[in-house]
Design a binder for this molecule. Structure first.
Ligand code: G6P
Length: 444
């Protein structure tokens, strides 16, 4: 990173509607994070979006008066050459694939969600081979770069990179912890900087084991407040079904929005079925939001991130991304919740597995802060999800049908091997074009 006049950052999936978030974050931090070049990369099918969002990005940096050169390309290898940081935010099969992940399981009365249950598995099967290809390109073209992945399912993807590539400089990132912290601060009516949350668990399965205001634990108060349906704390993409206050007290840890799929499965399923019949699944809602966003982005007079982007579940993810990149670059040593190799931070999770936990962020990457262990009553669920992620990653890499069936069956949201098989068969077929590892060898 030294010896050059600034950093080279490459964003794969650069045509994403979320990109203006990232640009805004880089602009805000320009003085401490001198980016020389930002390469936005996309695939042929994403060309139009890349151009629209890329031109907005150019207008944003111009208006802000920061000398970041923005390059738009469909050539990933050209972009990756000598990069310092590579961020990934792509969706294999685009929103149409997400719609299938959300809809098909509902036919079997199983949760249909993009990162949990069958949807999470199929998204992983489509995404992991692509991210591993990107890892091979990184090894060849920018072996010293940090890979910062936001691509979902981010936990499973990080697990796959740690186990099935030789890349070690990888961090998985999510906006859920930052969102939880923001909501807690809002609920208490205090500045975010006064709140500290002890995060531990897995991606989309993270708990706040404790919460502090000015260094004093306020966990009980937060749990009490969360029991109030008006403070249910959720994300834009997750129905805010109210928590039971007795359950929260007993849990004695702050759940994330996604825990509702596990602790309130029947209510969430009923809500998903209702939504799919009325406004459509989240993919359909997001398709409409995206249409509106891209219309706004096309406006030559727009040169800031439009506030409408905050309707997306991933709002504020750039804060997490830019803070992380900044802390690695400056060896800051501050504490941030990220996905990284456990290294014993959580006792009941394998050493070499990905966890989402508070880390000190240094120039050598995240150093996880040990929590001892998770409370016994959440350990089982977290371990089940970890086993699911490991098995799913193996299925994605090998294209082994039996492994995929195993992963589907051990997922806690799937009731039996019989239903697992039906869902898997239908979903594999529905996603056939993006799952060459399961079909090509048979046809060859
Ligand atoms: C949450 C998750 C992200 C996810 C997003 C979906 O914030 O943390 O991992 O990508 O929501 O939001 P969307 O607006 O696409 O439904």
């Amino acid at each position: 990173m030294e010896g050059k006049k600034g950093l080279k950052i490459v964003t794969i999936g650069g045509g994403s509607s979320y990109t203006p978030e990232l640009i805004e974050g880089f602009i805000k931090r320009y003085d401490e994070l001198p980016i020389r070049e930002l390469w936005l990369v996309d695939i042929d099918r994403g060309k139009e979006k890349l151009e629209i969002v890329g031109n907005l990005a150019k207008r944003m940096v111009k208006k802000a008066g920061v000398p970041i050169d923005i390059h738009l390309t469909l050539n990933r290898k050209e972009a990756l050459k000598d990069a310092d940081f590579v961020t990934t935010q792509f969706r294999v099969g685009l929103l149409d694939a997400r719609k299938k992940d959300e809809e098909i399981p509902l036919k079997y009365n199983v949760i249909g969600q993009e990162t949990n249950g069958p949807g999470g598995l199929l998204k992983g099967l489509r995404t992991i081979p692509v991210i591993l290809e990107i890892c091979r390109d990184i090894e060849e073209l920018c072996p010293n770069a940090w890979l910062i992945n936001f691509t979902n399912p981010a936990g499973m993807v990080t697990e796959a990179i740690l186990r099935h590539s030789s890349i070690t400089k990888v961090v998985g990132l999510c906006n859920v912890p930052i969102g939880m912290k923001m909501k807690i601060a809002e609920m208490l009516g205090v500045e975010q900087s006064r709140v500290h949350v002890q995060f531990a668990g897995l991606n989309h399965m993270v708990f706040g084991l404790d919460v502090f205001l000015d260094g004093v634990s306020i966990k009980e108060k937060v749990l009490k407040e969360m029991g109030n349906p008006e403070n249910a704390m959720t994300m834009k993409n997750i129905a805010g079904v109210a928590w039971d206050s007795d359950f929260l007290q007993a849990l004695n840890a702050i759940p994330c929005g996604y825990h509702r799929y596990y602790y309130k499965t029947d209510e969430m399923l009923a809500e998903e079925i209702r939504a799919s019949q009325e406004e459509g699944t989240r993919a359909e809602v997001v398709k409409e939001l995206e249409k509106d966003l891209f219309e706004l982005y096309k406006d030559e007079n727009l040169s800031i991130k439009p506030p409408q982007l905050e309707k997306r579940g991933g709002a504020y993810y750039s804060d997490a991304a830019c803070s992380l990149i900044h802390s690695i670059y400056t060896d800051k040593g501050d504490i941030q919740p990220v996905n990284t190799r456990n290294n014993g931070a959580i006792a009941s999770i394998p050493y070499d597995s990905a966890v989402e936990v508070n880390c000190a962020i240094t120039k050598d990457g995240p150093k996880p802060i040990a929590v001892g262990d998770l409370p016994v009553h959440v350990r089982g669920l977290v371990s089940s999800i970890k086993s699911f992620e490991i098995t799913a990653a193996e299925a994605a890499v090998s294209g082994d049908y039996k492994k995929a069936l195993l992963a589907m069956t051990i997922n806690p949201l799937v009731p039996s091997d019989t239903i697992a098989k039906k869902i898997l068969d239908e979903m594999l077929e529905a996603h056939r074009e993006n799952l060459p590892q399961f079909f090509d060898s048979v046809e060859a």
